[in-house]
Design a protein around this ligand. Structure first.
Ligand code: GDP
Ligand code: IMO
Ligand code: MG
Length: 434
């Protein structure tokens, strides 16, 4: 054992990348198991900012192997661009990146299909996705008939035949539905993707078998979640979710590694809540406090640049997702952003429009939309936290706030983050935070 998972407990962007980077010291391999280039994980090391999207955050640490598992959906040009950008920033890939031949491939029609729904005349169809083709690619994976996997790119004759059938189908659909859609040429798409395949060849392997060997050799794996548990296709605020199991539920399916090998289950939360795109958000702030959090926390999407919606910490949601993701410890991130507020609030329960208590996270959108948060208000703190490096040096009000979050979630807090830099992190010791 000695493997760990790092999973977001909110609607994404909880600063998972920072914690994965921090924990690389104690692991040998970082594994992405779901999602794709919809993820944007920002890590700041010695004032240099790195943005990771498809590539596991471990690539920033020399000697750490990185696996893109079968559960990830890969847009080859996006992956090649990311390799190039990181290489230009001085990241040495060596032979550290391993891409599963079972992972599905995002094809040009997936991007067009997403445009179709996201730009449809009916606002009810808009989810506010990242438009990276994620949903349509997973749809074809599950539908089976039109799926393309990385391994298929290395069988050119069969790949061309498969593409002919798919392109014929997609052209008929998309020309009928999208007035400006230029029909695709199967051969041209095949040429383009076979070229990507050659460039990706050094990385592609049977990643499941690679990971099984790693486990056999007692390598310590670090599973890096993308998105957050509330965006999980099964357990999140459906339909305003992503198309994969972005809670810890996705780990075994998306990597081929049974979760009995994991002994640390770290749930990541911001000290408040954010969300990008559409969907219910009971504690959302529409006032100057929300704007202040957005400004100080620099809450703009890494992938799309969209302003993130901001609100108070939601314990009902975090308690639920900590259970779904089996969290055994919590990292509370961006605590510094709340400095300077006279009071801070935490939703401790919901109630419906009749004032009736709702104690569990509703599974139905209509019920969640009816929920109003019940807040507990606590004193804020003025001090700048970005230079604090120990639990005892945090102001008492900030310590009480963190303790309160841990109690509300029902899981102990083990890490507090007070700035984007690797060093701006407080690892709690026995007795702290109690
Ligand atoms: P991820 O997708 O979960 O990895 O999170 P993102 O990278 O999308 O968003 C987190 C943002 O917060 C990034 O810009 C980080 O550099 C930044 N960040 C991480 N930890 C802290 C912190 O403790 N304080 C502040 N102010 N920023 C942080
Ligand atoms: P990281 O890994 C925040 C959101 C989108 C949209 C919904 C569906 O950086 O935390 P999709 O393109 O996945 O079909 O969009 O999910 N979303 C994220 N929000 N962080 C992410 O990733 C996200 N990935 C997708 O904004 O609401
Ligand atoms: Mg992000």
């Amino acid at each position: 054992m000695a493997s760990t998972c790092v999973v977001g407990l909110q609607w994404g962007d909880e600063a998972k990348g920072k914690i994965v980077d921090l924990l690389c010291d104690q692991h040998d391999t970082v594994v992405r198991y779901q999602g794709g280039a919809n993820a944007g994980h920002t890590v700041v090391v010695d004032a240099i900012t790195y943005k990771l999207s498809l590539i596991p955050t471990g690539i920033l640490r020399p000697g750490i192997a990185c696996v893109i598992g079968n559960g990830v959906v890969i847009h080859p040009p996006a992956l090649l661009r990311e390799v190039e950008t990181l290489s230009k920033q001085g990241v040495d890939f060596g032979d550290r990146l391993h891409v599963s031949d079972r992972a599905h491939v995002i094809m040009p029609w997936h991007l067009a299909e997403e445009r179709l729904t996201e730009e449809s005349a009916s606002a009810a169809d808009h989810l506010g996705t990242t438009r990276r083709g994620i949903g349509p690619c997973y749809r074809d994976k599950v539908g089976r008939v039109h799926g393309v996997r990385v391994g298929d790119l290395y069988h050119p004759r069969q790949f061309r035949e498969h593409l002919e059938r798919i392109v014929e189908f997609k052209n008929r659909l998309l020309t009928a539905m999208l007035p400006d859609f230029e029909p695709l040429d199967a051969n041209a798409v095949a040429d383009e993707y076979l070229d990507y395949a050659e460039r990706l060849r050094p990385y592609v392997c049977d990643a499941t078998s690679w990971l099984h060997n790693a486990v056999q050799s007692n390598r310590r794996l670090l599973f890096e979640g993308a998105q957050g548990s509330l965006l999980d296709i099964d357990h999140g605020s459906y339909p305003y979710v992503t198309s994969s199991n972005s809670s810890a539920a996705g780990i075994a399916a998306g990597s081929g590694i049974p979760t009995r090998h994991i002994d640390r289950w770290i749930g990541i939360v911001k000290a408040y809540t954010t969300r990008v795109g559409g969907g219910p958000f009971p504690t959302e702030l529409h006032d100057e406090i929300g704007e202040r959090i957005r400004r100080i926390g620099r809450e703009y999407g890494t992938v799309t640049g969209r302003p993130r919606r901001c609100g108070w910490f939601d314990s009902v949601a975090a308690r639920y997702s900590a259970r779904v993701s089996g969290s055994t410890e919590i990292a509370v991130m961006l605590l510094d952003v709340l400095s300077g507020l006279k009071e801070v609030r935490v939703a401790v329960a919901y109630e419906d429009e009749n004032g009736k208590a709702v104690n569990d996270m509703p599974g139905q959108l209509a019920n969640l939309e009816r929920c109003r948060p019940v807040f507990e208000t606590m004193p804020g703190w003025d001090d700048d936290l970005t230079g604090v490096r120990s639990w005892s040096d945090l102001p008492e009000a900030a310590r009480n706030y963190v303790k309160f979050l841990g109690k509300q979630i029902g899981v102990p807090v083990s890490i507090v983050s007070v700035g984007p830099e690797r060093s701006q992190t407080i690892v709690l010791k026995e007795g702290d935070g109690k």
